[in-house]
Write a protein that binds this ligand. Structure first.
Ligand code: SAM
Length: 222
């Protein structure tokens, strides 16, 4: 039976073959670690998956919830064509400061707008400003509020937009209706509603890798 060590080894093997070393991305990870940020960013293979998805979709406007040190932001922003725009939302000012430096180092500060504050506040302001519709939304902030973020993503997108929600499997704990973890409960609440949500076509895929057993939801807005 393969275990977590095997998953991590395969992740490293695939990443080593398919995700070329990249000075800006590597520097972003190093600077984030040096600044004490938690290592909860997407894996290199997931980052490249997001990048490819954005390019396949032809996204010119991207909204990200949960910046951390800007690792996934760099992957996504690099998928934008000239003149494209990415807005990323981060509650923690220290994370935001590190991300801004990482984005500047990657040469992406002109393409990315980072808004500091609770995502629910920033989303309401974005709507007031008439921002959007965004072609692609990546939801990767606090998991307790995923149901609310799903509603906001729908308000700020258009038919055909793509929405990705990360970390929806949580080491398999989402099958336990009695799990007390508010993140698990948030994901379960989201998935239960998603099953009957005729505003989107949605699926979910499980993933394994160096961070264990997780997964993401992929949606297309109807
Ligand atoms: C999983 S990390 C994001 C990782 C990043 N997307 C990546 O892959 O490189 C989640 C981030 O969401 C931020 N966050 C948590 N609660 C938030 C909130 N209410 N509003 C905005 N950001 C929040 C955290 O501070 C953290 O930086």
């Amino acid at each position: 039976m393969p275990d977590r060590d095997d998953w991590a080894a395969v992740d490293a093997y695939l990443g080593g073959l398919l995700v070329a070393p990249d000075p800006a991305l590597d520097a972003a990870l190093a600077a984030s670690a040096a600044a004490g940020l938690p290592a909860i960013e997407v894996s290199p293979a997931q980052g490249k998956f997001l990048h490819l998805l954005a390019r396949l979709h032809g996204a010119t406007t991207i909204l990200e919830l949960g910046t951390l040190g800007g690792y996934s932001t760099i992957w996504l922003a690099r998928a934008l064509p000239a003149g494209g725009r990415l807005v990323t939302l981060e509650a923690d000012p220290h994370h935001a400061e590190v991300a801004l430096a990482n984005l500047a180092h990657a040469g992406l500060d002109a393409d990315v707008e980072l808004r500091v504050g609770p995502a629910l506040d920033s989303l309401a302001i974005l709507e007031e400003e008439g921002a959007g519709p965004f072609d692609l939304v990546f939801v990767d902030a606090d998991k307790e509020r995923i149901p609310e973020y799903h509603e906001w993503a729908l308000r700020l997108t258009r038919p055909g937009s793509v929405i990705i929600v990360d970390n929806v499997v949580r080491q398999g704990r989402i099958t336990d209706p009695d799990d007390p973890d508010p993140r698990v409960r948030g994901v379960r609440r989201f998935l239960a509603a998603l099953g009957g949500d005729d505003r989107v076509d949605a699926t979910a895929l499980q993933t394994v890798g160096r961070k264990g057993h997780d997964g993401f939801v992929l949606m297309r807005v109807r």
